[in-house]
Write a protein that binds this ligand. Structure first.
Ligand SMILES: [Zn+2]
Length: 300
C-alpha cells in the first residue's frame, strides 16, 4: 500500500446525467467543486448503457472485458472469484474493518456489480427517499468508501427527453440532494479528510441512449478534497474513477493491461500523478448499439 491520501472517499453517481451538469442550475454542485477538478467531457463506455458504464467504473475494466449487461446483472451476483474484482472487494481486502456502503436506486448494481460476502452495507430506495438514509449513514458510520447511484435523471431523460426542461429540473433536484449529502459529510466532521466526487455513467440523445453521439458519450465528473487541483480535467474515461478511488485510499493500482485493468488517474486531479495518462482511444471505439429500454428502479 502507498500512503493513504484520504480516510473517506465518496463517489456519487447520477445515472443518465451526461454532461448536463454544465447547463442545469446546480448551485450545490458549483459550490462543492468550486476549488475542485471538473470535466463535462469524460468519455463513457461504449455502448452508453448503464451496466456497461457502471461496470467499467466499479471494476476498472471496459465493457469488452467485463461483458456485463443490464440483463445479466439484474439477478446474478458478481462472482467473488472474478479476476476483475470490484473496487469494493479491493478496498475490503486492504481494509478488513472499514465501513463500505453502496446506496443504489437501480438495485441491479448492488446485486450484480458487487460481490456477496464482503460486508458492504447496501441501501436501495427511490432517490428522494434514499438521500436522507445516505446522510444518516455518513454521520453514523463515517464510511471509508461510499458509492451512490441516483436514477431519476435517467428516468426523466427517457420520459421527457435528455436536455429537456423537465430533465434539467430533475438534475437541479438531485443537486439539492448532493447539497444535503455534502452537508452530512461536514456535520460528520470528516469533510477535510474526504475525497468527494460526482460522476454520470452516460448521457442521452432524444429519449434514449446506447449510441455514441456527443450528448450520450460525454459525461460529468468532478472531484473535491484536499490537494485536488483546481481546474478542468483535460482527458478522462469514466472507468478511471476506479483508479482514483483506490489511489485516494492508498491502495496500489493493478497493472495496466489492454485486456484487463485499464483505469488510470487522469491529469488534473493531483500534482504528483500528473503526466502519466495514456491514450486508450484504440480500446474504446466499439460500434454503438442502441438500447431504449428503461430501468426498472422500483424499490423492493
Ligand atoms: Zn445509466
Amino acid at each position: 500500500m502507498s500512503e493513504k491520501k484520504y480516510s473517506h472517499v465518496m463517489l456519487i453517481g447520477v445515472d443518465g446525467a451526461g454532461g448536463y451538469f454544465k447547463v442545469a442550475d446546480t448551485p450545490n454542485f458549483d459550490r462543492i467543486f468550486a476549488n475542485g477538478a471538473v470535466t463535462y467531457d469524460a468519455l463513457a463506455s461504449n455502448p452508453t448503457i448503464s451496466a456497461e458504464c457502471w461496470g467499467a467504473m466499479i471494476l476498472g475494466v471496459g465493457p469488452e472485458v467485463h461483458k456485463l449487461t443490464n440483463e445479466n446483472i439484474e439477478d446474478h451476483s458478481y462472482p467473488l472469484d472474478s479476476k476483475f474484482p470490484s473496487v469494493f472487494r479491493r478496498i475490503r481486502e486492504n481494509y478488513p474493518d472499514a465501513a463500505i456502503g453502496s446506496f443504489c436506486c437501480w438495485n441491479s448494481i448492488n446485486i450484480g456489480l458487487i460481490e456477496d460476502g464482503i460486508n458492504v452495507d447496501l441501501g436501495h430506495a427511490r432517490d428522494d427517499d434514499m438521500a436522507p438514509k445516505i446522510c444518516e449513514y455518513i454521520k453514523e458510520k463515517k464510511p471509508t468508501f461510499l458509492f451512490v447511484q441516483f436514477d431519476t435523471v435517467d428516468g426523466a431523460g427517457h420520459n421527457e427527453g435528455y436536455g429537456s426542461e423537465k430533465y434539467l429540473k430533475r438534475i437541479s433536484e438531485i443537486d439539492v440532494l448532493l447539497g444535503n449529502i455534502y452537508a452530512a459529510v461536514e456535520d460528520a466532521g470528516i469533510a477535510d479528510d474526504t475525497l468527494f466526487m460526482v460522476i454520470a455513467d452516460h448521457g442521452g440523445d432524444g429519449w434514449g441512449h446506447g449510441g455514441w453521439t456527443d450528448t450520450e458519450k460525454y459525461v460529468t465528473f468532478a472531484a473535491a478534497g484536499k490537494d485536488v487541483e483546481k481546474g478542468t480535467i483535460p482527458e478522462m474515461n469514466i472507468r478511471d474513477s476506479a483508479a482514483i478511488v483506490l489511489h485516494a485510499l492508498g491502495i496500489d493500482l493493478p497493472e495496466f493491461e489492454e485486456d484487463g485493468w485499464t483505469s488510470q488517474i487522469p491529469d488534473g486531479i493531483w500534482p504528483e500523478t500528473d503526466g502519466h495518462y495514456r491514450d486508450i482511444s484504440h480500446l474504446t471505439g466499439a460500434e454503438p448499439r442502441i438500447s431504449r429500454k428503461q430501468h426498472h428502479s422500483e424499490p423492493v
